[in-house]
Design a binder for this molecule. Structure first.
Ligand SMILES: Cc1ncc(COP(=O)(O)O)c(C=O)c1O
Length: 422
């Protein structure tokens, strides 16, 4: 078990006393993170003791624009001087302007926005709207998916996550990701929607097989089924496009976005939908009466975040940094073939495969000792996820690769606890 750093001790003790001792134990012993987060900046996460790490988690995409992005900080500061959350039920010019921005950036006919607060909530919106629009009950989902922690999203999670909370929402039918035949076997006139991540994040950056998303679109059209893409992790520039599905030129009926849209400061999410879904929304305009949805402060933050995330220069940078990381991974694989057995990458959605969960854990612990905050994929524990903020500089990418090299070497040598070098 890693030693808890002195300046972090009070925060750990307070957490143990008033949040959960199991939570502290899980972070320290299981994850290997013996620190408490402090005031971070850009791609660098700093702990309460002043130690710096390169953030390779970005909180799953929350920090695509980096920690404490100064442009977003200014927008937020101005916003609190001038507006508040607003009343969700009343009309709002700011909410409408932010919806226009999101719709104008979304591909195809995704023109209408239902605001929400979290990714899980926006998934609830999409599944509710799918049932409401079609009058059908079933939602086909993918094995090894992560869509959130409540309602439909919990029902779509693997058995281990659902089990303590059973019975979960009925009508959710998981199939293997990438297997069109498995869907053809169960799709019928009670299927409301197919819900999936275009690239499975918690599954270990699993890309869709060639032609898969287009085949899903065709299948949905043939059966009157709605296609829902969960772009909570893969979206907002992570793959080098604002919306991940732009890579495959397939437009869903609904897309769910969250995380980075809040600029690292404010919780805001959305379900963006097309005319077919809008017909239902028009009939039931208050079908999702969420008090904190469409907060005016959140919408001002979202508008600016979207502008920054959609900037062609940033998206080019993501592609270049992703390619730089990928080249580094290949080098590591050739140096340490028995430890690094592969890598997967699209933009800055990246990571390394190791032979098994034990090795994945050893690499994760070594990474944090060498100044990288990276996590292993929840459903593929042999895979180290590396998802840095999109604003990471070229020099920071090179530093990341250097540190990763040290971590891989330690893990390959079975070194448990060398002096932390960073
Ligand atoms: C793909 C995906 N969908 C949905 C969610 C749920 O988002 P939230 O935690 O904001 O509810 C997450 C969260 O990590 C996610 O990764």
């Amino acid at each position: 078990m890693l030693e808890v750093l002195t300046a972090s001790q009070a925060a750990c003790d307070q957490t143990a006393a008033h949040i959960s001792a199991g939570r502290v134990q899980a972070m320290h012993a299981t994850a290997g993170y013996g620190f408490v987060q402090g005031p971070s900046k850009g791609a660098v996460l700093t702990d309460l003791d002043g130690n710096s790490f390169i953030d390779c988690r970005s909180a799953g995409g929350v920090f695509n624009l980096g920690h404490r992005n100064p442009v977003i900080a200014r927008v937020l500061t101005d916003a609190v001087q001038n507006v508040d959350m607003g009343d969700w039920m009343l009309l709002s010019g700011i909410r409408a302007a932010a919806a226009e921005r999101l719709a104008s950036l979304a591909p195809g006919n995704l023109n209408y926005v239902q605001w929400a607060v979290t990714g899980s909530e926006a998934i609830e919106v999409a599944c509710k709207f799918a049932r409401g629009t079609t009058g059908r009950r079933n939602i086909i989902t993918m094995q090894n998916a992560y869509h959130g922690f409540s309602g439909f999203s919990l029902a779509a999670a693997p058995e281990g996550m659902r089990e303590p909370f059973a019975p979960v929402t009925p009508g959710v039918q998981p199939v293997p990701f990438g297997d069109i035949g498995a869907i053809e076997l169960i799709i019928d006139d009670d299927t409301a929607a197919i819900l999936l991540e275009t690239v499975q994040g918690s599954g270990g950056v699993i890309l869709p097989p060639d032609g898969y998303l287009k085949a899903l679109r065709a299948l949905c059209d043939a059966h009157g089924v709605l296609l829902i893409f969960d772009d909570v992790q893969a979206g907002m520039g992570r793959t080098g496009k604002l919306f991940s599905f732009e890579h495959w030129d397939v437009t869903p009926d609904m897309a769910v976005v969250a995380k980075a849209m809040g600029g690292g400061y404010y919780p805001v999410s959305a379900c963006v939908c097309n005319d077919r879904v809008l017909a239902f929304v028009n009939e039931r305009p208050l079908a999702h009466p969420s008090t904190f949805s469409g907060s005016e402060i959140g919408c001002l933050v979202a508008m600016k975040s979207l502008e920054l995330l959609a900037a062609p220069a940033l998206l080019d940078h993501v592609a270049k940094m992703g390619a730089r990381l990928s080249a580094g991974y290949q080098e590591l694989q050739s140096q340490f073939p028995s430890l690094v057995t592969g890598s997967r990458q699209i933009g800055l959605f990246t990571g390394l495969d190791t032979p098994d969960a034990e090795t994945g854990k050893a690499l994760r612990h070594a990474a944090v000792r060498h100044g990288l905050v990276a996590f292993t994929a929840p459903y593929r524990p042999q895979f180290l996820q590396i998802w840095p903020p999109l604003v990471i500089t070229e020099a920071e990418v090179d530093e990341l690769l250097l540190r990763l090299g040290h971590a891989v070497r330690d893990a390959a040598d079975g070194i448990q606890d060398p002096t932390t070098e960073y």
